[in-house]
Design a protein around this ligand. Structure first.
Ligand code: KIV
Length: 407
């Protein structure tokens, strides 16, 4: 499978098993990576970056196993990362041998600060290595992705030159990494526009972006890149990854779904066109998030957008009242959209009369107005001292404050 340049949807390149695994302490066993890869395939991602084959025997094995078992015909592209070094590219090619749709993703730093202190190489040396290694990767696979590492801090003229050369050498996807999460959305827009206007052969490839979250802007930057013509985004489930992590897959996908009329025109579609902008089966999002959290040991923060425990929970009385009257008063998507059974109303000190009455009715208690008033006053007294009121607390209130028999 090869993806045509400029598709009218966004290609989701999932790097949970590579950049995501670079989260401190997140090391995964081969079987765990395989289970996540199967789930990513069910979720509908286009590309799975399964690992960094040369990094360790375990990672080589993981890429190889995923290539064999998940990288089947009609399934996702399976990718391995490789530095622009022969040995890395050979390891990636070998691990990917049995994938129906293999991709080698090779990278080299291009910013002056990386060249001077890390690579200790000149721009012309880096240019020659990049060209040679892309051509070398191409001798193994048709699908070659190239990333100029630290692109967002690279001299734009050098960036344009190296991209033109690696495309001529055979790269099929050009990925622009904001490696240290330095860009603001305005910078990102300028970066992508600059690449499109100054790299003459850029139309021959898929343009991609890889946004890190150091300033909490990874998702915003990825969406801005999409508005500016990028057609592949690199992201991870739950936004895990090196340092502050990567753009979160679930945030990008749900933003594209919930705000489709906003994004459609960037793809040349009518505003009200219905076709989805990604191939993701959003009902698999929650399950995938739980699996990744369980295997990596990285707990999802409760207020995390889309998949956090509080993302569909309502605590304030005003919000609960609105939700009980019409969900869309305070919800822009439904819990069921991401595969969660239902939205929840959390009863606590901020809750109002409508929320309490509804819950009591759900528990089977029909209270007279006088009894309800007494119960509500007692509820507020107790809720002031507790984080959350359970059904057991409510039953106790009904037992103590009313004549109703509670079993
Ligand atoms: O952050 C980065 O620059 C990367 C590249 C290898 C894409 O992870």
């Amino acid at each position: 499978m090869s993806i045509q340049p400029q598709p009218d949807r966004v290609i989701i390149f999932d790097t949970t098993l590579r950049d995501g695994e670079q989260s401190p302490g997140a090391t995964l066993l081969v079987e765990e990576k395989l289970a996540i890869a199967h789930q990513l395939s069910l979720l509908g991602v286009d590309v799975i970056e399964a690992g960094f084959a040369v990094a360790s025997p375990g990672d080589f094995e993981a890429v190889k196993t995923i290539a064999q078992q998940v990288g089947v015909l009609g399934g996702p592209i399976i990718c391995s990362l490789a530095r622009a070094i022969r040995q890395d590219i050979q390891a990636a090619a070998e691990a990917l041998q049995q994938a129906a749709h293999p991709r080698i993703h090779t990278f080299i730093s291009t910013s002056d600060i990386h060249l001077k202190y890390q690579l200790k190489k000149s721009r012309s040396e880096v240019m020659a290595i990049a060209q040679e290694m892309v051509a070398y990767a191409k001798s193994f696979v048709e699908d070659v992705e190239f990333s100029p590492m630290d692109a967002s801090r690279t001299d734009p003229e050098f960036l344009y030159q190296i991209l033109e050369q690696v495309i001529a050498a055979g790269a099929t996807t050009i990925n622009i990494p904001d490696t240290v999460g330095y860009c603001t959305p305005k910078d990102m827009a300028a970066l992508i526009q600059g690449v499109q206007e100054n790299v003459p052969n850029i139309d021959q490839v898929i343009l991609s972006v890889h946004t890190q979250n150091d300033l909490g802007l990874a998702t915003a930057n990825a969406l801005t890149a999409i508005e500016n013509g990028v057609r592949q985004v690199e992201c991870t489930v739950n936004g895990i990854g090196e340092r502050a992590g990567n753009a979160a897959l679930e945030e990008i996908v749900m933003a594209l779904q919930v705000r489709k009329p906003h994004f459609n025109p960037y793809f040349g579609r009518p505003v009200d066109w219905d076709a989805p902008l990604t191939k993701i089966k959003t009902q698999e999002i929650y399950k995938t998030s739980c699996l990744v959290s369980q295997f990596t040991g990285i707990v999802v923060q409760p207020n995390k957008a889309i998949v956090g425990a509080n993302a569909f929970a309502h605590e304030s009385g005003i919000h609960q009242d609105g939700i009980l009257k019409h969900r869309q008063t305070y919800e822009i998507m439904e819990a069921a959209d991401i595969g969660l059974a239902e939205n929840s109303i959390i009863l606590g000190k901020h809750s109002g009369r409508n929320a309490l009455r509804t819950r009591l009715q759900e528990l089977g208690f029909e209270l007279s107005e006088a009894d309800f008033n007494k119960a509500f006053m007692r509820f507020k007294e107790i809720a002031d001292k507790k984080k959350e009121m359970s059904d057991w607390d409510l039953e106790a209130i009904v037992r103590d404050e009313t004549q109703i028999q509670v079993d």
